[in-house]
Design a protein around this ligand. Sequence first.
Ligand code: PEP
Ligand code: MG
Length: 919
Amino acid sequence: MAAKSKSHKYVYFFGDGKADGNESMKNLLGGKGANLAEMAGNQKLKLPVPPGFTLTTEVCTTFLEKKKTYPRQVKSQVEASLLKMERIMGRKFGDEKNPLLVSVRSGARKSMPGMMETVLNVGLNEKTISGLIAQSGDERFAYDAYRRLIMMYADVVMEKAAGVEVKNGKGIRKLLDEKLELIKQKQGYTSDTDLSAEELKMLVKDFKVTVRKVLGSDFPEDPMEQLWGGIGAVFSSWNGKRAFEYRMIEKIPHEWGTAVNVQAMVFGNMGNDSCTGVAFTRNPGTGENKFYGEYLVNAQGEDVVAGIRTPAPVNEYSKNPQSEHFTTLEKYMPNQYKELYGYQKRLEQHYKDMQDIEFTIEKGKLFILQCRVGKRNGIAAVRMATEMFTQKLIDAKTAVTRVAPNQLVELLLPMLDPKAEQTAVVIAKGLPAGPGGAKGRVVFTSDEAVEWATNGEKVILVREETSPEDVDGMHKAQAILTTKGGMTSHAALVARGWGKCCIVGCSDVEIHSETKTFKGKNGVLIKEGDWISLDGTKGLAYEGSLPVVDIDIDQNKSYRDLMKMVDKIKQIGVRTNAETPVDAMHGLKFGAEGIGLFRTEHMFYGEGSEQPLFLLRKMIVSKTEVERRTALNELFQFVKKDVKDTLHVMRGLPVTIRLLDPPLHEFVPHDSAKLLELSKVLGIRMSVLKRRVLALHENNPMLGHRGVRLGISFPEITEMQIRAILEATAELIQSGEKAFPEIMVPVTCTVKELEHQKKIVDRVYREACVSMNMKKIPYSYGTMIEIPRAALKANRMAEVADFFSFGTNDLTQMSFGFSRDDIGGFLPNYMDQRILNEDPFQTIDQDGVGELIKIGVERGRKTKKNLKVGICGEHGGDAESVKFCHRIGMNYVSCSPFRVPIARLAAAQAAVTWPRKAK
Ligand code: PEP
Ligand code: MG
């Protein structure tokens, strides 16, 4: 036994039809180790897996914590397992005549492809090499294996894991590789396989001398030393830069650690009756249910991954333009192909998901080296999930968990041609604020964007940051790139709402407005009018014009099928944030069940805003209530029409209309021409007007005279809006339509504000019923909860409010004290130093802000059991946040139209994991 019953088990053996572990033990054995155990030990699978053992993730965490030392029992458990391997293989580790060679590979709980290290051919030295020559009957092969070991070992164990600093940017692997290349060059060889046994022998000698010279110690001859060196280095690679960064992106906890798998080597490079390959049970690019894969004759696995040689297709289906002239495995080794085909069917049936399989054929004998759930793109994920459901391989609940919510983005937006991206020059990297792909010519101001676009040019607006005044240009641009700002900065918010491609916070871009140029990554200079292309999903900008591919979601049957399942399963509503009938229609198309946030101020920005904006300005600079009322009366018709058009599109679905929110000074003109016009209309002198404008200035407008505070200072503003909403509703109902507005008061912190505004609502309601000749006009009255105090006082707020909508943009801002527009300046430092793991404006900080939300919901519902609760901050479209909202009992989430499908899917996934008792 590898472990005595009393001692702790650190090493799990697999092989010869048996295994200590199984597929359910991923946390301990890593994905790879658990699957190896399953494949080797499960009687239904019975796959030809070379024997080996797994050192658990526990060993890794202890090793990394305890200054690279192992728990006491590990050594004996490894030795015992090695003995078993030797027995099964009929070879001995370190034996001169018949040596056993092993591979040492990583395997974390979640696959991190290529992010950690591997050492192959461990056990080879000056003595065992003769045994390998005898086993294989091929000296050339044996020396090739030896030189690979030295190269990998020197790189992974002696340099990287030992923390040796690389001189002149050239690591040992590169130095050794150059030696190999030199021989090839001298001899005019095109491939590594052209090297003779004699040349490889010389190379091995040369490698050893170089290793000693560069790294200061010898390549170890002792196989046991090699093995422990390899194991330690693979564990250490968990903390390597690449792995660390990957975990940050994929949100894999750093505490998990990796397992290490030591497995008997089998060789795909033992001649032309050997090969190695990777295959998928379904096409990972399209999702089509066809066996798909590639292989290389006379090669080791790393050759396939490294792309040194172009692999051949396993069957006709897998052919592509580069590989169509190669012989398929099906033709080359028909029996082995048949066997492999059988195994892949068995594996998919067993795991009930698409598998990625690594196989090797050594002298005609097939081995399965690894299987894992295969990575796939969004399009393939949706197709596989729905087709596996139709085939009754999985149920609906499983199907909806098979697609990551963010993968849906790939199905919805036009994107850059991924092939073109591979070779394009990256000029900037920032936060992926608005997904999809776009290309256009660079302009630096909103006015230029409008002008160029009007002349039929496709433009990309590049700015340090954007403000409401830029909205027109932003709208006309194909995409937006800013050098500052975070995920909820103005640019990000607006772009996401429109489903427009946008990258913010590209801190490596320097804009020179005087010369109308910007300097990108690596000093690339881009001038006004130059073409650039943006991948807003990845946050990458490229030089030049890359092809953009369009997508029509309604054409995608798999998507429709998936979303049908989603809607049956989810238990929380999904609405959209929309300010225009067009936005509302987009939202409906994507499955929104109402509008969760209609920002009334939208009518004062962008196209068609000239007149209402002018009237608003007139109102703002008015001195007396009479002046203000005159302006408001003129504005009334515009507000009413705006509301009515959207209520009409939504056909009776709830529409949450928020009263005017931003501070008034945001709308005040600053250019003299506009000021002059205003002074003429108002009949006041410029100096007087300027004084009034100046008086509106605030030091901290985010915390200033905005939201409900405007309605308290100027009740007539509230009055006009309520009248517009109620009359619009009444008119629609009178013409036989349905309409249901929910009037929402923003930026409240005390129930008294709500009471104050409610009095106005009640009065205007009575007046509207009379003037419209109606007994009642449907509406409800509620508030945003976006100030921490409001959440804490939710019991009181609910005495007046029929509903709450959490404004998590402001709630996050005010809970952290982080400005939502300036977080880009310090967030990267916070992330690098692991003070924060994610941007709290993107995904709800469940610990802090989430606590406030929970308190808000609980206290609100204590007062009003059936209080309707939703969220309308940007988080409403973030999958993790949606799941949180489901868990704490919200009725709905609301997000930008293009994020509605994502929120629906996330809501369904939440319902699968945390089902609520009653729908
Ligand atoms: C919020 O604060 O979360 C919100 C939705 O309002 P706004 O973004 O308009 O401040
Ligand atoms: Mg807000």
